[in-house]
Design a protein around this ligand. Structure first.
Ligand SMILES: C[S@@+](CC[C@H](N)C(=O)[O-])C[C@H]1O[C@@H](n2cnc3c(N)ncnc32)[C@H](O)[C@@H]1O
Length: 233
């Protein structure tokens, strides 16, 4: 499958692909994207693998949620992000504590420059073997030289994770947090990509900020959720 034959939903402000990002990455031209924000699939410390499928929520094991996908090695997709991104642009990638070091290695191996480690304070704790966990992490990188942004706030971002009835996806992230990061590091009408869009939280943030959004999702269920979310916006 390539980008031109993948199932697609397009509006004036967003293009959503129902595809495996690895299968369509080739179709994105070098240096064509202004920002990448993503919350990728990754392996869980506690196992999380059931019949070759992952089950997790907010970085923790999650059972019977209908969200099942296979982990993709970071060094298979991060070099594609580097190629697709324009020079002097930013890449934000969410992670838990266990995957932070491998993601960082994959990013620096392909020449991304480390900018910042941001913390999402979820304002709720989840049980852990050691200390109850209340944070997720956002690694920030740049391709090429520094680009002046509108960097505001601090390295700790406090936002509630969607829960209960407001929740569309088992690992859904707060739109307000994504909006803040996109506002700080892009300008209006620039193009943002989320290669693992889930329920399209990044898409909602982009549309609210008047940025153009491109999203990719492998699972039909979340692709449909994303499509409906964009329609409602
Ligand atoms: C951690 S979730 C993202 C959740 C999203 N941040 C949200 O707020 O809804 C990762 C998503 O990547 C999707 N995914 C996994 N492998 C993929 C692939 N190879 N290509 C595209 N999407 C993929 C999964 O189905 C899942 O919905």
């Amino acid at each position: 499958m390539d980008k031109d034959t993948a199932a697609m939903y397009e509006t004036e402000k967003a293009t959503l692909y129902h595809a495996d990002f690895l299968n369509i990455a080739d179709g994105f031209a070098d240096g064509s994207i202004d920002l990448v924000f993503t919350d990728p699939p990754f392996e869980l410390a506690g196992g999380g693998m059931k019949n070759g499928k992952l089950n997790y929520e907010n970085g923790e094991i999650f059972r019977n949620c209908g969200f099942s996908t296979k982990y993709i090695a970071f060094n298979r997709w991060i070099p594609e992000i580097y190629r697709i991104l324009k020079n002097e642009r930013y890449f934000y990638v969410m992670t838990n504590d266990r995957n932070l070091f491998s993601i960082h290695k994959a990013c620096t191996d392909c020449n991304f420059k480390f900018c910042e480690l941001l913390v999402l304070d979820k304002k709720m704790t989840v049980p852990s073997t050691y200390y109850p966990k209340r944070a997720e992490f956002i690694l920030m990188y740049r391709k090429g030289s520094y680009r002046k942004g509108h960097f505001a706030g601090s390295t700790v971002i406090e936002e509630r994770i969607p829960r209960g009835k407001e929740k569309r996806h088992p690992t859904e992230k707060p739109v307000a947090m994504i909006e803040h990061l996109i506002r700080c590091s892009t300008q209006e009408n620039e193009v943002c990509l989320d290669p693992f869009m889930g329920s399209c939280s990044t898409g909602e943030a982009c549309i609210k900020l008047n940025r153009r959004f491109i999203g990719v999702e492998i699972e039909s269920r979340w692709f449909r959720t994303s499509q409906n979310r964009i329609k409602q916006l």
